[in-house]
Design a protein around this ligand. Structure first.
Ligand SMILES: [Zn+2]
Length: 262
């Protein structure tokens, strides 16, 4: 039996044709764990649980990975209100999230990667983007993705517009080249900042890079570049999924190839 799924890129229902016959690899953007889950989290979890169960029932060997964002500005702000460590705080909310989803009879994902446990993959991807000139480092050590280098930026969400007012305001207050550019890496600024050591300096990842890096780490084999289905809440389409798609496309693009632009 054929299965049709709505594709945000094509803006249409398309027949599901996996990379490998009868194998379905799914990556879903999970919660940022700084507070209790809300209905939107449950809706996303339920949707992709139903999708996974349906594919399994149709005979697909299905793997679902759903991440936990366990390092982020919102988490750092929350930490300032508590006496907890980063690990204590994020594990507390991960545990509550899992219990709440279990109460809704939602199955756990097969793989549940965390950003803080994927720094090696994040470092590798940022390094690749810097090397290929799709990313640039500014004076304070932050690293940005250069959206102007990707002519397909905006194709998923169709929400990117050049706004001269925004451009002048953002460029005045930040050293990034373009208001659409987004942080891949936030350098350590003060003593006590939560930092990870990498070849391009101490700091922490921006939000968008973690999912692209985790997909590379978990699913890439034999030169394949992607999962079959990438999902998440509709509110993530822009900027998160747009940015993820763009950086993955550019990190894997060779000079004469645009293999990810299908
Ligand atoms: Zn994501």
């Amino acid at each position: 039996m054929d299965m049709y799924i709505y594709d945000s890129l094509k803006k249409d229902k398309v027949k599901f044709i996996p990379i490998e016959p009868k194998v379905a690899k799914i990556y879903v953007c999970g919660p940022t764990v700084y507070d209790d889950a809300h209905l939107g989290h449950a809706r996303s979890a339920l949707s992709f649980d139903i999708l996974g169960r349906t594919l399994k029932a149709l005979g697909f060997n299905t793997t679902i990975a759903k991440n936990f964002t366990d390092i982020d500005d919102k988490i750092i702000n929350k930490l300032k209100e508590t006496e907890m460590s980063l690990k204590e705080l994020t594990e507390f909310y991960i545990d509550r999230y899992l219990k709440e989803m279990e109460a809704l009879n939602i199955k756990r994902a097969d793989i549940e990667p965390k950003a803080t446990e994927s720094i090696d993959a994040i470092e590798q991807m940022i390094f690749k983007l810097l090397e290929k000139n799709y990313a640039y480092k500014i004076e304070n050590g932050d690293i940005y993705f250069d959206t102007s280098k990707d002519d397909r930026y905006g194709t998923i969400s169709s929400m990117v517009r050049d706004d001269e007012n925004t451009q002048s305001r953002v460029c005045h207050t930040s050293k990034k080249r373009n208001p659409k550019d987004f942080a891949l890496w936030k350098a350590c600024k003060e003593n006590g900042d939560i930092c990870f050591d990498t070849t391009f300096g101490k700091g922490r990842p921006g939000w968008h890079i973690e999912c692209s890096a985790m997909i590379e780490k978990l699913f890439h084999k034999r030169g394949e570049y992607s999962v079959d289905i990438h999902g998440g809440g509709a509110d993530l389409l822009f900027p998160h999924h747009e940015n993820e798609a763009s950086q993955t496309r550019c990190a894997n693009r060779t000079r004469n190839s645009q293999i990810l632009d299908a």
